[in-house]
Design a protein around this ligand. Structure first.
Ligand code: NAD
Length: 284
């Protein structure tokens, strides 16, 4: 690709607060390339009047090097792409599309690789035999797939909507060819957590608009590690309480930063500087 300039974008609905553009622009510039990362927000009429295919075609025609794809298009984008990585295809969700010089598109999922890298970086040597995940929505699907393809032997998933946990378990088990995930009842999830090595919150609980925790934290002991996908705020009630109880913790910034680090590498072929992208994330 032409590394004197980099043109990227994010297609999604209601993405004005995304910190991903700032990370890519800062990293591209630091590596000596004029870098523009556009928000293509379908809440605006400019983009909202177009189909996803039209937006993708426009990016190909105008020489974009790549796109990130977010809610609600991560599944819908798959059949529009020329190629999809095995991981993204198994999960059925793409968040990163690389566009080559000829306009050929390849889909990847860096939510999966980014969560795994963040876990490895933030909680090295964490025991992964049995893990509980609370929340089986969009982010929960990528996190669950990431966990069971990066060392977790058994994953128990609970959601207020039990059909979501069941569907997640069925889809991931089918995709990976082993019964690694089971759906469990959200009422009483604390019993499963007490017997597990670690727990991940993949619900919005802990955000300013959703204060509190998704489960009763009195089931935690210093033997547990505790992860959160929420990063606004970074210090959620769950993580603060878990640390007070002596648990090791992993905050939601790791996934948010590493999904961008992995996407930048795919988009540009350049090796990103993780600390520089972390600084851009934290200051945006
Ligand atoms: P979503 O709405 O698709 O899914 C959330 C799920 O949590 C739903 O299925 C809901 O039923 C369940 N839930 C809510 N409260 C619960 C509770 N108390 N117990 C059990 N289940 C409960 O949302 P999403 O897109 O998966 O996003 C979840 C959160 O992830 C967001 O709120 C955001 O804070 C965070 N997020 C993090 C990153 C990152 O990179 N770290 C990226 C995007 C979003």
């Amino acid at each position: 690709m032409n590394r004197t300039s980099i043109l990227l974008g994010l297609i999604g609905e209601d993405i004005s607060l995304s910190r991903t553009p700032a990370m890519h622009e800062a990293e591209g510039l630091a590596q000596g390339a004029a870098t523009v990362y556009r928000r293509i927000d379908t809440l605006t009429t400019r983009a909202g009047n177009r189909s996803l295919k039209e937006l993708l075609d426009a990016a190909r025609a105008t020489g974009f090097n790549g796109l990130n794809i977010t809610h609600p298009y991560k599944q819908e984008i798959l059949p529009l792409l020329d190629e999809v990585s095995e991981q993204a295809s198994q999960l059925g969700a793409v968040n990163t599309v690389v566009i080559d010089e000829e306009g050929k598109t390849t889909g990847h999922n860096t939510d999966v690789t980014g969560f795994a890298r963040g876990l490895e970086e933030g909680l090295p040597d964490a025991t992964m035999t049995t893990v509980v995940q609370v929340g089986a929505g969009g982010v929960g699907n990528a996190v669950a797939y990431s966990l069971v393809t990066h060392g977790v032997e058994q994953l128990k998933v609970a959601d207020l909507d039990p059909t979501r946990a069941e569907a997640l378990a069925r889809d991931i088990n089918t995709a990976i060819g082993r019964d690694a995930v089971i759906g469990v009842d959200a009422r009483g999830v604390e019993e499963h957590i007490a017997a597990a090595d670690g727990v991940v919150n993949a619900t919005p609980m802990g955000m300013l608009a959703h204060p509190g925790t998704a489960f009763d934290t009195s089931c935690l002991t210093p033997q547990h590690w505790v992860g959160d996908v929420v990063y606004m705020p970074i210090e959620t009630e769950l993580l603060v309480t878990a640390r007070e109880l002596g648990c090791r913790t992993l905050d939601g910034t790791r996934m948010a930063i590493h999904q961008a680090v992995d996407a930048f590498r795919l988009f540009t072929g350049l090796e990103p500087d993780v600390e520089r992208m972390r600084e851009a994330f934290l200051s945006s």
